[in-house]
Ligand binder design. Sequence first.
Ligand code: ADP
Ligand code: MG
Length: 696
Amino acid sequence: MDNFNVVEQFGIDVFNEETMRQRLPKNVFKALKKTIAEGKELDSSISDIVANAMKDWAIEKGATHYTHWFQPMTGITAEKHDSFISPTNDGTVIMEFSGKELIKGEPDASSFPSGGLRATFEARGYTAWDPTSYAFVKGGSLYIPTAFYSYSGEALDKKTPLLRSMDAVSDAALRVLKLFGNTTTKRVVATVGAEQEYFLIDKKNYDKRKDLIFTGRTLFGAPAPKGQELEDHYFGVIKDRIAEYMKDLDERLWKLGITSKTKHNEVAPAQHENAPIFAPANLATDQNQLTMELMKKVALEHGLVCLLHEKPFAGINGSGKHDNWSLSTDDGQNLLDPGNSPMENAQFLTFLAAIIKAVDEYADLLRMSVASPGNDHRLGANEAPPAIISIFLGEELQGVVDALVEGKEYTSNGKQMFNVGVSSLPDFPKDSTDRNRTSPFAFTGNKFEFRMVGSNLNIAGPNTILNTIVANSLTEFADELESAKSFNEALHDLLVKTIREHKRVIFNGNGYGNEWQEEAERRGLPNLKSTVDALSCITAPKNVALFKKFKVYSEIELHSRQEILLENYSKVINIEALTAADIAKTEILPAVMKFAKDVCDIAASKKSAGIEPTVETAVAKKVNELTVQLSEKAYELSDAVVKAHAIEDEEAKARCYHDEVFSTMQSLRAVADELETIVGEEYWPYPTYDELLFNV
Ligand code: ADP
Ligand code: MG
């Protein structure tokens, strides 16, 4: 594969627009394109033709099966493969694929989490093609990206609400654009670029650690003598073995039409990042899911294991996934790109104000959207943005916003930038790209970067929330402005009022400092520290009303999701606790006892030779002390699991897992990690942080 031709190979396994153009009759192609552009459903009159063309193309690429590919509430993807074969009368088969099979599938859905949805409704689940996300061929199957819902139409997946929210924000944005004289845009698209962080470790070491195998993170491990303090890994030279992995990964991603663009080493040792070029939110979601899947798969082929957990190692940075988000018109205008004329600036400021209002009013939902047991290790610790939602605007834009609110003229570098044109809004220089890496939600010149998202998360969730809350502000703006007598005056007043009311959510300082926690409390901003704290807002009346208004989630769907997420939290901590107790009892304890025995043997032989075993006695005593603690904590943890497991109410259960099980697990770890620093290296039962982080 030395001379991989990127241009020729890009998207070669995707039934993309170019392939559609080549393979479909002109009128069918046109109709399909229209469907895609407008985000509509596929017309049944052309579906047979599209399906047949897809099948022929897929067979040429070696496919024998097709699968409706969907994203259930497990957070990962699901697929069930059916072959194209159809028997004929003479004992042979032909390859068939109908429009019906393309559009709708009926996987047996009974084992996916539904949060009680299928207890009250029909047990069946359906999948429906999302024609705005291209089909592709992988591993001998034609993959059809789909949404997954129940018999009575409740969403059972992550994609359906995302698609609904994209419609909501498009409709709302179109109303606002119309007020600015735009009559040509038919659809506004939420665009997303997800920067994916990950760790790579040697498979041989991974295999020796039950905690990594069962939980994706290390439950034990004393810090290595060297961590990330020298900052020598970030953007550092990429080692050959990693470079080969990245090259391989890029080629696989490109073939699937994923615009993998940037790769580099990250802050922590053994940590890296991959970022694509942004795409419509639903496509970006599918592509990110595929990227994560391929990252893991390609790693195995290189004798490596890719860890996507948010906090695989204590004491060094965890992994996030910056979710870059913007709104773009179907004719390619980025609505968060400050324009050149006062009118364009006014439009930009309107969208900006809508976002500020949305983020302040629904900070709880944004926080909730990134809540997971893995991400709890990051948010609030000194490496990821705190659990408090705030917006970073940067100096330039802050100046503009201040000038607007105070009714002053805006100047930049002594230059007067105020420009009274059609409207009384300031003109300002573009590309104000100061960076504040500590902000959870930062304006970065022409988009917002939501930095709280965890590396393992399906990005459909946070983007569903972003789209919906911004749709809400824009709708309220449109309601008010459409009935105004003078548009310019009404707009000016609306912007000033909105920013005054919501400027408490803007914070340009250091988000990692303790002062900010106190300041945020004074400002009345929520600080939801754990997943369990964050999940309760899902069914708060204001949030239920919001989702109902935009038909993104019904009340039933919200309750079911809350239950699934609470249940998931408890299950994850349960697995971690069982694994930790098991490792402590069956691996660490025996190793420590063996070490203690050897130390005592040496002491005894010294004694019989008339030598005082001073060091041996001290070591043995210390080890003995810690061994007692280790054993006690391990059994305490097992008891805590039994207690939490027996609780029926999902919220009380999750809280018990958080308050009792998780904290006992932490104190067990502290004892084990101390023992690791005393017990001889060759006694230790699994690879240490030194070996895991510094040997690839
Ligand atoms: P960094 O944040 O590391 O400095 P960049 O700012 O270059 O990196 O971009 C990060 C991500 O933001 C990329 O995936 C890029 O495609 C994406 N991005 C750029 N413009 C937009 C946009 N208008 N909408 C959504 N994502 C965008
Ligand atoms: Mg970034």
